[in-house]
Write a protein that binds this ligand. Structure first.
Ligand SMILES: [Zn+2]
Length: 438
């Protein structure tokens, strides 16, 4: 009897200690091991392990015990960065409207983001207050990418010339009201594509931005002597407002001598933000290269993704970042301007870094060395020797993109009848179905 009871106690002890050990093993859902972490907000640029639990960054440290993680991924040789934040995209697709950024000129975000390491985008004014809620239910609510938005000062948004030139539809009050109604989604006000000589679109956008306490992003439209760039950045915009299409050369960003327009330096001193917004027609080597040599670097790197840029010189976020590497910017600096800086610009300081407790949006990037070429809006090429590739993207703690299967088992080491290989604790691509109890 005693022996049986003793045995039972021993067995119980073993089970309990196994249980507690397995709980310890499951402290983290996912561990990215041995990568070079670049987290500019936290001033980290070094080999670090990154542990993730419950969709959040749980720990970043020189050595984290793999036994503490449910799933371990070797990312040595790669950069591990915050999920990239692209604050200039056009993603109001699906309405069927032709020739419109609230329609066919836009793209669905998930097809372009995760494969480039992007986890957050901000739509740059496709929708105004009249159609924002349609945009929300059609795209924002249905995308795996985190989609935020600059609301257009035009009530109808970017539906084409006849709407975008209509000063009567640029109303600050309903724009600000909509922004305040969707504070969690609307991070700014956009004015764009205006062809007339009036300041009205900029003034109304700033008025709406002031009412809603959010920044304004300006695409300055057609250049007019009546409303010069110098006045925009030194008087009209508030500190924190964003001038996009910095290297387009379309609005005197560069003066006759080849230097950066001195008013941009003055604007920068005032706190105006300068963004790339590459797009299909807003980035020229003959503007960007001299500006970079002069030290006028962008605060944020962004794509201006749409159907006119996706297959032209722009391509994707990483290709735009590559262009800055090719012009001599360091990897750390490129990451800063693609993560923490844009997150701060749109006042979403919970994003763009890997602080423990923050959402686990992560990009794992590789730098390839070789002979590459990068093309501007007029088809001119700059040669480069480095290219960023996205190996792995994690959104809210789960793998959403894995280029070379670095999180995956080899097929020939699996049972003959293998099925879904992932687990919902770390995988959003092929999570195994929950096992049913017999
Ligand atoms: Zn745009």
């Amino acid at each position: 009897m005693t022996t049986i009871m003793q045995r039972a106690i021993v067995v119980m002890f073993i089970v309990l200690s196994w249980m507690s050990q397995s709980t310890a093993q499951q402290k983290y859902d996912l561990l990215l091991k041995g990568g070079h972490v670049i987290d500019p907000k936290n001033k980290i640029s070094a080999v670090r392990d990154v542990a993730i639990a419950n969709g959040k960054v749980a720990a970043v440290a020189a050595k984290i015990d793999p036994a503490e993680a449910f799933k371990v991924v070797d990312v040595s040789g790669y950069y591990v960065t915050p999920g990239l934040v692209d604050i200039h995209v056009h993603v109001y697709a699906g309405t069927g409207e032709q020739g419109s950024y609230a329609g066919d000129n836009s793209v669905y975000p998930d097809g372009f983001t995760f494969r480039a390491g992007v986890t957050t985008v901000a739509d740059a004014g496709c929708a105004g207050w009249r159609n924002f809620e349609d945009f929300k239910q059609r795209i924002i609510d249905r995308s795996k990418t985190r989609v935020l938005a600059f609301i257009n000062i035009v009530g109808n948004g970017m539906r084409g010339g006849k709407f975008e030139q209509d000063l009567a539809d640029m109303d600050a009050k309903p724009t600000a009201e909509m922004a305040l109604r969707h504070k969690n989604l609307i991070i700014g006000v956009k004015t764009a594509h205006y062809a007339g000589p009036e300041w009205t679109p900029v003034e109304r956008a700033v008025e709406a931005g002031t009412l809603a306490n959010i920044p304004v992003m300006v695409d300055f439209g057609i250049n007019h002597a009546e409303r010069p760039l110098s006045e925009l950045v030194t008087r009209k915009l508030r500190p924190g407002d964003i001038y996009t299409h910095l290297y387009s050369g379309l609005r005197n960003e560069q003066v006759e001598s080849g230097k950066v327009n001195p008013s941009l330096w003055e604007g920068r001193k005032r706190g105006v933000i300068f963004d790339v917004g590459h797009g299909g027609g807003s980035f020229l080597w003959r503007i960007a290269v001299p500006a970079m040599k002069e030290g006028f670097v962008p605060d944020s790197i962004s794509t201006d993704l749409h159907i006119g840029s996706m297959n032209a010189g722009m391509k994707d976020m990483l290709n735009v970042m590559d262009k800055f590497l090719a012009m001599g910017m360091s990897v750390d600096d490129v990451i800063l301007r693609s993560t923490w800086n844009p997150a701060r610009e749109i006042k979403r300081e919970e994003l763009g870094h890997l602080s423990p407790g923050s959402v686990a949006d992560v990009a794992v990037l590789r730098i390839e060395k070789g002979a590459f070429g990068f093309v501007d809006m007029h088809g001119a090429r700059l040669r480069g020797t480095q290219k960023l590739t996205c190996e792995l993207t994690i959104r809210e703690g789960k793998v959403v993109y894995d280029l070379n299967g670095i999180t995956r088992p080899d097929w020939d080491k699996l049972p003959r009848d293998y099925k879904q290989t992932g687990d919902a604790r770390w995988d959003a691509v092929t999570p195994a179905r929950p096992v049913r109890n017999p």
